[in-house]
Ligand binder design. Structure first.
Ligand code: GDP
Length: 294
């Protein structure tokens, strides 16, 4: 993830380092290259435009250009703006005092929802909670089996209900959690290959039935800037509180991850980099920005 972008940006800045003093022209041409590198990484063009405009304005400041190590300052500014783009501060998952807490996962089919549901359950279990997984994806063949297998692997109860009615399964899952003293219910919902009306209606119905404390949208990091349209549709119809970026271990160019915060205003809470239950990490914008710039 981000390998190409990282190489490109590092190349641009090592070019600047060789110059010592920097002129306005140097900044303008470096920013043109930054713009190209981000577009090639499939970052949304509006996001790129705003990012480059902000960064360039800060870099062209006389104090930066006349400073003793202008390139170092330029790199600091780019790191800072990248951190901003990724959300600036950490956005931890905070459970409310309601028991059981309900966390609903939404997203397209294949985005990694079922896997993320189990990973989140595993994480919460490690933190001393006793989660329950509700298998509300009744359309994708074997989704409930997959969740059950993952649940068994990590020792987390899975509620499947009648396997037919997602709203009833979500409600049944909450009741089952109460009956079995579980304090968090993670609701795995169905996705489709593309945003469609039925998926949105179903997500809305589950939302009104169980009133989740939070809704997290699972986004496949391979999605690139198409994520903008998908996120906008979910944002408008069911709304969500944060994002889990899955498949960060892949060789995606990273455009989706770099665009989503700016276009939705919603923070990335977790990134998932692997198929194993323990591969869900809290997301730290500053660390990611520093990693990209090497
Ligand atoms: P769902 O349809 O949204 O529930 O998606 P799944 O959870 O079934 O995930 C789709 C595929 O992506 C499965 O083969 C998962 O093993 C795989 N997957 C999910 N998350 C990750 C991840 O972070 N890294 C990798 N490499 N594969 C993942």
């Amino acid at each position: 993830m981000f390998d190409n972008l990282s190489d490109r940006l590092q190349g641009i800045f090592s070019g600047l380092r060789g110059k010592g003093r920097l002129t306005e022209d140097d900044i303008n041409s470096a920013m043109r290259e930054v713009r190209m590198a981000m577009l090639e990484a499939d970052v949304n063009f509006k996001v790129v435009k705003q990012f480059v405009a902000r960064t360039k304005e800060r870099c062209l400041d006389a104090e930066v250009l006349d400073s003793l190590s202008p390139t170092q300052n330029v790199i600091k500014i780019v790191t800072d703006e990248l951190t901003e783009l990724l959300g600036r501060t950490d956005s931890k998952l905070v459970l409310s005092s309601r028991i059981p807490n309900v966390i609903m996962l939404v997203g397209l089919q294949g985005s990694g929802k079922t896997t993320a549901a189990a990973k989140l359950a595993y994480r919460l279990k490690q933190e001393g909670h006793s989660p329950l997984l509700a298998a509300c994806d009744v359309y994708r063949p074997a989704a409930a089996d997959q969740l059950e297998t993952l649940g068994n692997e990590i020792g987390v109860r899975v509620f499947r209900g009648d396997g037919k009615d997602p709203v009833a399964i979500a409600k049944g899952g909450v009741q089952d959690a109460i009956d079995n003293l579980r304090d968090v219910v993670i609701v795995d919902t169905a996705g489709r290959l593309h945003v469609d009306e039925q998926m949105m209606e179903e997500a809305q119905a589950i939302k009104s039935a169980v009133k989740p404390d939070q809704i997290l949208m699972v986004v496949d990091a391979m999605t690139g800037q198409d994520v903008v349209n998908v996120a906008a549709a979910f944002s408008e119809r069911v709304d969500f509180d944060g994002v889990i970026m899955s498949k960060m271990d892949g060789d995606a160019r990273g455009g989706g991850a770099l665009s989503i915060r700016e276009v939705t205003g919603k923070p990335i809470k977790f990134i998932s980099a692997g198929e194993k239950p323990d591969s869900l990490e809290e997301f730290h914008p500053d660390r990611m920005a520093r990693r990209i710039l090497g």
